[in-house]
Design a protein around this ligand. Structure first.
Ligand code: ADP
Ligand code: MG
Length: 323
């Protein structure tokens, strides 16, 4: 049983309240309160030492990333970050670690404009759970289930940078020295694409943030929307660092590792003009990869023909571990 089968089998229930506009299955849930002009977007994610970050991770980076991955889910809904709750499980009260963690946490909180409003603190193996809340206009949220045949598939920024950071840190890829810091920063301090998500409201038909790899995460859009996609791998936005490593790593780190926290969106062809206008204001860029098709599943092709990655993406419970 994989992570998603487990959720489906044990926890997916029909909502009791009409205020629950969107429940389990998207990047965030949506709750509408009577009389409110905006809906609440709610999401939670946990980082566990030894699973999501090594024991050697800097406390600053743990604090930063724990919040970043949650804010990224708000970005994927097109929501405006408002507030978050912090549940900390700590083996000991180590003031030096806590100060570093706090600095990273609030550095990102300040950058994206989100307030800490509560949480919980208990003793146990190190893990950090954050629940983030955002606001979005009724009907405006970017969901996973809106992709239609003929829509075009885009990703923001660059793919595979976090994977390169992970491989570099593990001594599994060699890169020219000038690329070390950029790829490690992309792994340790991902930038949630909030401005991008909000700019895509009214333009994108579906959206997801890439936490588990393009193949897995676009796969969630395809499954939720009941469609397939065909992508040209030669269009993948890869950095100069990736180009330097391509001969030894190939496409897979950009396709199946995840941790990039870029957005993957689908856009109806008639909104291409609006998209171009929005994209011109977004520094990270939006890159066309291919199209939504009726045949289910994801087809990847390059100059040689159809390409199949070695594995589908990160999934807790049915997987040997990252790459
Ligand atoms: P994301 O990668 O965007 O954070 P996940 O892949 O972690 O999303 O989760 C997929 C969906 O399942 C989300 O809507 C999430 O809220 C929901 N979910 C995950 N675990 C549980 C659980 N134990 N109970 C209810 N819903 C869950
Ligand atoms: Mg997500």
């Amino acid at each position: 049983m994989d992570e998603f089968g487990l959720i489906e089998q044990f926890f997916t229930r029909r909502a009791r309240h009409p205020e629950v506009v969107l429940g389990i299955g998207d990047d965030a849930a949506l709750v509408a309160l009577a009389g409110a002009s905006e809906q609440l977007a709610a999401t939670t994610d946990t980082l566990v030492e030894g699973v999501h970050f090594p024991q050697s991770a800097k406390a600053f980076d743990v604090g930063y990333k724990a919040l970043a991955v949650n804010v990224s889910d708000l970005a994927a809904m097109g929501a405006r970050p408002l507030a978050f709750l912090l549940s900390l499980t700590l083996p000991a009260a180590d003031p030096q670690w806590l100060a570093g963690f706090r600095d990273g946490l609030f550095a990102l909180a300040q950058a994206v404009g989100i307030d800490l409003i509560g949480g919980d603190t208990v003793r146990g193996p190190l893990s950090v759970t954050i629940t983030a809340l955002g606001a979005v206009a009724p009907g405006a949220a970017l969901r996973r289930d809106g992709a239609r045949v003929g829509d075009r598939v885009y990703v923001s920024g660059l793919l595979g940078e976090a994977a390169l950071g992970f491989l570099l840190r593990g001594g599994r890829v060699s890169l020219p020295h000038e690329f070390h810091e950029p790829v490690l920063t992309r792994l340790d301090r991902p930038v949630p694409r909030i401005a991008e998500g909000r700019a895509l409201v009214g333009i994108a038909s579906a959206a997801i943030d890439i936490s588990d790899g393009l193949v897995a995460d676009l796969g969630h859009i395809l499954a939720a929307s009941g469609v397939g996609a065909r992508l040209d791998l030669r269009r993948l936005p890869l950095s100069a660092a990736y180009d330097a490593a391509f001969a030894s790593v190939g496409y897979d780190p950009a396709l199946v590792f995840g941790d990039d926290y870029e957005l993957c969106v689908t856009v109806p062809p008639e909104r291409e003009k609006a998209l171009a206008a929005a994209a011109s204001r977004l520094p990270c860029g939006l890159h066309y990869l291919g199209d939504i098709v009726a045949a289910p599943g994801l087809t990847l092709y390059d100059g040689q023909g159809v390409y199949t990655p070695a594995r589908a993406g990160y999934n807790h419970f049915d997987d040997p571990g990252p790459v």
